[in-house]
Design a protein around this ligand. Structure first.
Ligand SMILES: NC(=O)c1ccc[n+]([C@@H]2O[C@H](COP(=O)([O-])OP(=O)(O)OC[C@H]3O[C@@H](n4cnc5c(N)ncnc54)[C@H](OP(=O)(O)O)[C@@H]3O)[C@@H](O)[C@H]2O)c1
Length: 225
């Protein structure tokens, strides 16, 4: 099953934050059609304008999160805010997101105490909160945003773990990861494995980065076989 990423309509909800804006720009540079969502339509439009300034031939639009959710066939889900605020946003978009592919970039483990680590994951909580079926996957959960400013060496790529329960959604996610130079998608099994994947994310990665890499936020994972 071959997926051509330039045929996809990729909405970033939102496409304005540290990771969302950079993902949007990198996808636009790879000629993927993108929509910059935001709680503020003006901010979404401005985000699109900013990307077009450095990517004049990009297929980039911007507006509200609602417009983004309605337009996209594939969604990158990357809001910040509290758990409740994220869930509220998700539920407000449910009618547009039903059966779509949603690539979850979010992390929540730092909201929980140690007794809950590994018991659930952001994407599993989101899947439940959405309340309608969608095809969720994971990507870039443990990728510091700085990597998108100064890309990894394609000969020595950064890995990101792609989990999901729908094969076509996984293929789309792999294609979108690998359209960005310097990234390799590692198939990571079913969505339940997100409980493991999210433990590799910010909390421990920050600690490792501080202990070993001088806190420069350019450390990450490689899967070797
Ligand atoms: N930063 C990283 O390196 C990195 C790496 C991997 C994963 N992540 C994960 O990606 C997610 C976003 O991180 P980020 O660093 O990009 O965050 P961020 O810079 O704070 O941006 C996230 C965006 O979320 C929206 N937002 C803020 N508060 C909100 C609320 N209360 N309800 C709904 N939307 C809200 C804002 O967009 P609008 O104002 O336009 O709506 C904001 O631009 C987090 O879950 C984080 O763990 C981040």
């Amino acid at each position: 099953m071959e997926v051509e990423p330039t045929q996809l309509k990729v909405a970033l909800i939102p496409g304005t934050g540290r990771i969302g804006s950079r993902l949007a720009r990198r996808l636009a540079l790879a000629n993927v059609s993108v929509f910059i969502g935001s709680r503020s339509p003006q901010k979404g439009l401005q985000g699109a304008h900013d990307i077009l300034a450095s990517c004049p031939h990009g297929r980039v639009q911007g507006g509200s999160n609602q417009e983004a959710a309605a337009w996209g066939d594939t969604i990158f889900w990357n809001p910040s805010g509290s758990l409740e605020e994220r869930e509220e946003l998700l539920q407000s978009l449910a009618s547009h997101l039903e059966n779509k592919v949603i690539i979850d970039v979010t992390n929540v483990m730092y909201f929980f105490d140690e007794s809950q680590w590994g018991q659930t994951s952001s994407v599993l909580l989101n899947q439940k909160a959405l309340g309608v079926p969608a095809r969720w996957t994971t990507a870039f959960k443990a990728t510091f945003y700085k990597f998108f400013d100064d890309l990894p060496d394609p000969n020595d790529p950064q890995c990101t773990f792609v989990a999901g329960d729908d094969e076509e959604a996984i293929q789309r996610t792999v294609a979108l990861v690998e359209v960005i130079p310097g990234f390799k998608a590692i198939k990571a099994g079913g969505l339940a494995n997100s409980k493991i994947i999210e433990l590799l994310g910010p909390r421990w990665l920050f600690e490792l980065d501080t202990l070993n890499a001088g806190g420069n936020y350019r450390s990450g994972w490689k899967y070797v076989w």
